[in-house]
Write a protein that binds this ligand. Structure first.
Ligand code: ADP
Length: 375
């Protein structure tokens, strides 16, 4: 691919981190995002200021770019199809994205290709849900959910009836609650020549459906890691992905590995790759969509932990003092997205690289970072 001008739909922190990888790959990044203040704008060579699902704006973006990729999936797929007919190149392709954007379609697709997923169905009456799934049960908005927005873990019939007063249940995906032992994630990439690159398996920890931290490599045996990687490979090949996927899994006590969700883009569970791996997930996405050979996914050290710096108040502070204190931890890095603070908002993240012998200390280092940040 000549020229290497990559358009990104979305201008949040994922595109911002892609922006840091672009220059060393001879790539110019242009973004489509609603606000000039969005994180990626400062690192972009061009901006089309528009909503993510504004396909006319994407048509304009395409006039400046050789290829368009994505940092989020809140797009209008049907409207973008028309651009494909006009010769616009999307990577991953819209055919790859089509079964992934709606959580019900995604679950159905995965089941059809034989990938293990939690038992699921479309929402029906309270009685049906109670008899088919019991409690707790999980209900999810089919589109536009993120960071647990739109995911409801419902503990009894009364809570279900309360939810039904606010959201039409038939519009939701219903699935069995998985009492998982751990949550795992993997970043997986494929390019147009069919080359595949898999990162190490990560343990992720979510609280109230929001990721708080990750540890890589996950403390799992080879058999489980092999299962995760085989599933990732199947998904990449079945979907003919050109780009990066973030895949999230539940690991159960009886050693089942179930896919929770596929994000057709870089993912929070792969932020550790920025400092922790020879090729970051952001560089990997750019390599994959511009036909470069995929990079080395190995860790630079024995392991890496990542802690999200989540907003805990409304504030315009840049929390410099707290960030500096985190940087006193050996082999630490802090990435600050430059957003104003709101409770629960992802404002930045910290990564710490560890030697193999230090991995047992990862939980205490995570606690230390969280105590500096939330105190
Ligand atoms: P989002 O798309 O908003 O990230 P997810 O569907 O990935 O939402 O769910 C977020 C978190 O909620 C998961 O990481 C997990 O901790 C919890 N969760 C989601 N689905 C289930 C389930 N079926 N059983 C148990 N926990 C779940």
């Amino acid at each position: 691919m000549k020229g290497k001008r990559v358009g990104v739909i979305g201008g949040g922190q994922l595109a911002w981190m892609m922006g840091s990888a672009a220059p060393s790959l001879n790539i110019k990044l242009l973004v489509q995002t609603p606000s000039q203040d969005d994180p990626a704008v400062s690192r972009a060579s061009g901006l089309v200021q528009a909503a993510i699902d504004d396909a006319e704006a994407t048509a304009k973006l395409a006039t400046f770019c050789d290829v368009i990729t994505f940092e989020n999936e809140f797009i209008d797929l049907e409207a973008l199809q028309k651009l494909v007919q006009q010769g616009v190149c999307f990577r991953p392709s819209l055919d790859t994205l089509a079964p992934l954007l709606d959580k019900y379609h995604q679950r159905s697709y995965l089941k059809d290709i034989g990938v293990p997923v939690p038992k699921f169905n479309l929402g029906s009456s309270s009685e049906d849900i109670t008899s088919n799934f019991g409690f707790p049960v999980v209900l999810k908005a089919r589109r536009h959910g993120y960071d647990g927005q739109g995911t409801f873990i419902i503990k009894d019939a009364q809570a279900l009836n309360i939810l039904a007063q606010h959201v039409p249940i038939p519009e939701l995906l219903v699935e069995e609650f998985i009492p998982f032992e751990r949550e795992l994630g993997i970043i997986a990439a494929r390019n147009a020549s069919g080359e595949i690159a898999l990162y190490p398996v990560t343990e992720t920890y979510q609280q109230n459906q929001v990721c708080h931290w990750t540890i890589t490599p996950a403390d799992i045996d080879d058999q489980i890691a092999t299962k995760v990687k085989a599933i990732a490979r199947t998904i990449l090949e079945q979907l003919q992905v050109v780009g990066v996927l973030g895949i999230e899994f539940f690991l159960t006590a009886d050693r089942r590995v179930l896919v929770n969700e596929i994000a057709p883009r870089t993912h929070n569970s792969g932020h550790y790759t920025l400092d922790g791996c020879h090729t970051s997930q952001f560089a990997m996405q750019l390599r994959a969509v511009t036909d470069l050979p995929l990079g080395d996914t190995n860790l630079k050290s024995g392991g890496a932990l990542m802690v999200n710096l989540l907003g805990f108040e409304e504030s315009a502070s840049d929390y410099l003092e707290k960030r500096d204190r985190i940087l006193e931890i050996p082999h630490s890095f802090v990435h600050w997205y430059g957003k104003s603070s709101r409770p629960g908002r992802k404002l930045g993240h910290a990564t710490v690289l560890l030697d193999a012998e230090q991995m047992a200390q990862a939980p205490s280092i995570i606690k230390k970072i969280e105590s500096i940040w939330y105190k």
